[in-house]
Ligand binder design. Structure first.
Ligand SMILES: CC(C)(COP(=O)(O)OP(=O)(O)OC[C@H]1O[C@@H](n2cnc3c(N)ncnc32)[C@H](O)[C@@H]1OP(=O)(O)O)[C@@H](O)C(=O)NCCC(=O)NCCS
Length: 353
């Protein structure tokens, strides 16, 4: 935890956007692919369906749509952006960065663009970084993008993992704020000792991709689910308490908690431990599954467009992920609620027409 020193200016979210691909992969579809059932998946995870990107739709393509929506909501142009921080585990490729690819596609020619790897905790890390850069006056307008094409790194013959993940993108614009407004606290933590509970064994410099790696499916996600489950509940509780303490905000003052969407049972266990009522905790895992670094900004954009946050409300984000990484952030919301709430479903059908 790094408290914002006295005299450092504040930062807030001034625009949000999201995108999920049109193709829906249901539990019934998965029943035909692996030895599983709809009832097992719903009972053990809460997931009913997830979105899968087209073959010609890499992470950058999904991100561009989310970014356009975020810029529109903040009433900004691509040239207004000073920095683009992309948090992802599935960049289009490793060179150039996904952020540079997105920069080119949107024409954000004044920005410095780079990727940050913190797996599912990525959005919290991106927010923490953006807050520091705004606070120290290095930047005025930062785009934080969480985007994942997890379908490109999932083994669709492994029932332990393939039922969990989906694709999508979420974006937030971070700009300066008055003292005491916007991002009040960010807690960022990691424990590399636990790295092997969630990993992609091959494809990096330690073990470059080769035929043997592909044959062994070591280019896909390997996970020790049970262990991760326990780590998730413990770390999310811990970091949310830490961020609230740092922000000086009580649990009962929170209007909404937006957790990383990994498993409904993880969210419920965390909620029980924290004593937060269910109606304050946002879940959309039934529709999108686990979209890793995109899950919090996707959920945030949905609640913003539904008009569920108004200026002065306290909202918390909390996540865990591979690394192992975890973290939380507490905000005093500053964006005005939309005059006419826009249902996310409207967004999806508008895109289809
Ligand atoms: C993966 C997870 C859903 C499994 O749930 P669980 O209750 O822990 O289930 P278990 O691992 O105990 O498996 C129970 C049984 O179900 C089986 N099983 C696993 N996936 C299955 C599936 N899709 N359909 C049917 N059975 C399945 C297992 O093989 C096991 O069978 P066995 O007892 O014969 O060995 C859960 O552990 C989890 O969500 N962990 C965290 C994962 C996560 O968050 N990953 C992303 C991090 S950002």
């Amino acid at each position: 935890m790094s408290p914002q020193p006295e005299g450092i200016r504040g930062a807030t979210i001034s625009g949000t956007g999201m995108y999920v691909p049109e193709r829906v992969l249901t539990n019934a579809d998965l029943e035909k692919m692996v030895d599983t059932t709809d009832s097992w998946i719903v009972e053990r995870t809460g997931i009913r369906e997830r979105r899968i990107a087209r073959d010609d739709e890499p992470s950058s393509e999904m991100a561009v749509i989310a970014v356009r929506r975020a810029l529109e909501s903040a009433k900004l142009e691509p040239k207004d952006i000073d920095q683009i921080i992309v948090v992802t585990t599935t960049p289009d490729r490793f060179l150039p960065s996904c952020a540079c690819t997105i920069q080119k596609k949107i024409g954000a020619s004044n920005a410095a663009a780079y990727d940050v790897f913190a797996a599912c905790t990525g959005f919290i890390y991106g927010l923490g970084l953006a807050r520091s850069l705004i606070g120290s006056r290095v930047a005025e307008t930062i785009l934080v993008i969480g985007v994942e094409k997890l379908s490109s790194i999932v083994d669709y013959t492994d029932r332990n993992t393939c039922v969990l993940f989906g694709d999508g993108a979420g974006a937030a614009i971070v700009q300066p704020a008055q003292p005491g407004q916007g991002i009040l606290a960010v807690s960022m933590r990691s424990d590399g000792e636990l790295g092997e509970v969630l990993e992609i064994p091959a494809g990096g410099s330690a073990r470059p991709m080769d035929e043997a790696a592909v044959r062994a499916k070591d280019n896909t996600i390997h996970m020790r689910g049970k262990e991760l489950f326990k780590i998730a509940v413990r770390t999310m509780e811990e970091s949310l308490r830490e961020a609230l303490n740092e922000a000086g905000v009580g649990m009962d003052e929170l209007k909404l908690v937006i957790p990383h969407q990994a498993n409904q049972r993880i969210i419920d266990a965390m909620r029980d431990r924290l004593g937060v009522p269910a109606d304050k905790v946002i879940t959309n895992i039934d529709r999108y599954g686990n979209t890793s670094s995109a899950s919090i900004p996707i959920s945030l954009d949905e609640v913003v467009r539904e008009g569920r946050l108004k200026p002065g409300d306290h909202v918390a984000f909390v996540a865990f992920g591979g690394g192992v990484t975890w973290g939380a952030s507490v905000m005093r919301w500053t964006m005005p609620a939309p005059l006419v709430p826009v249902e996310p479903a409207t967004l999806v059908s508008a895109r289809r027409s």
